[in-house]
Design a protein around this ligand. Sequence first.
Ligand code: NAD
Length: 416
Amino acid sequence: MSERNSGLYEKALTPLMKAASVLNIESDIVSVLSSPERALIVSIPVKMDRGKMRVFTGYRVQHNTSRGPTKGGIRYHPGVCIDEVKSLAFWMSIKNGVVGVPYGGGKGGITCNPKEMSQGELERLTRGYAAAIAKFVGPDQDIPAPDVGTNAQIMGWFADEYYKITGKHLPGVITAKPLSIGGSRGRGTATGRGAFFATLEAVKTFNMSLRGARVSIQGYGNVAQPIANYLYELGCKIVAVSDSVGGAYNPEGMNPTALAELKTKTRSVKGFPGSREISTGDPITVDCDILIPAALENQITEKNVNDVKAKLIVEEANGPTTPEADKILHEKGVKIIPDVLANAGGVTVSYFEWVQNRIGYYWSDEEVDEKLKGVMIKAFKDVYQTAQQHEIDMRTAAYVTSVKKIIEAMQALGRL
Ligand code: NAD
């Protein structure tokens, strides 16, 4: 196992430091909040289709358990490292506090390239990972879900392996499962739907208009495609889209469903009819009104921030903006719905799924959507009000609202 420090975790802590100064939190408490409670690194030997063994490295980080069991996705990507998983788990603690779901933050990942693996290899890898971390997860302990490179099928394999190991049918061990095995209605589109509700609230609050608004999206996967559809239905123009292969730009707008169909067929939006080819990073800087980073961390940086033209940024990805770029955007007056708020719809419907699994009774699409809308609007309003009250930016405000809840829980448990 080799470990590299990407420096991401130190950057991830920047808004915590700002929130701590707003709330006058002592430095010893900040160090407690900055330290994940548990970080696992596991080796997963997998027999590949050609008969050879290959050992993959997997991770699971549980950041803070004071508000409930930990919860957060599993990422399959070549860039996964402990530093990234620690950052993602920390962001989950903050996010869960922002929307008020009763969880701490967790996250997992495997350093691998799922695009180069067969279904059989992916299944064996997933089962090996589930077996390696089975003792540390469970409906009352730590509940994974999908993230970049994972999907409902992978959740199904994980659940099955867990049932076999424990001898118990506990569907609440993992969320975003297929509907046939206890998934929730609305989970597939939940992150995009939640970001859409937050966007509607932002547009109202900041006196903007969606009619004809030009939208640019970096990353066109699970979380990006639904929001593109919802915004398109309201009259927005999707002018730029990219994925890990390339991108497409058309100032007249592109049909999001046709873009998704092209991506399913060819694995990329590149070459969309009538569009001009752009690079994977170009959506960040094209002329647009709303920018939606929906790929990976560190995409809006000191290098490109001065070319950002959007008036509103909806962070569907986790950690897309570096602290340096964030400061510049704030000074330029660009409105940001920060990741820990914008993409919290996913964990919110995952929470609904976990609740439905525990009570064994399932809700309709309408019930899930109505509940999600309520949670997102309340979270947006709480964060906005906190920003106004302390005269701080929306990101710091989101951390302030969440950190208060985490500290209160730690004090109630006698941990502080
Ligand atoms: P995904 O794998 O479905 O999609 C990611 C997309 O980004 C793919 O289209 C990929 O090609 C593209 N991409 C990767 N590298 C890129 C690059 N350098 N430039 C442009 N595009 C690139 O993953 P997802 O589940 O949609 O997750 C995307 C982001 O949203 C991640 O930051 C993830 O942590 C975050 N998120 C996901 C969920 C969820 O429920 N899946 C919830 C909250 C936040």
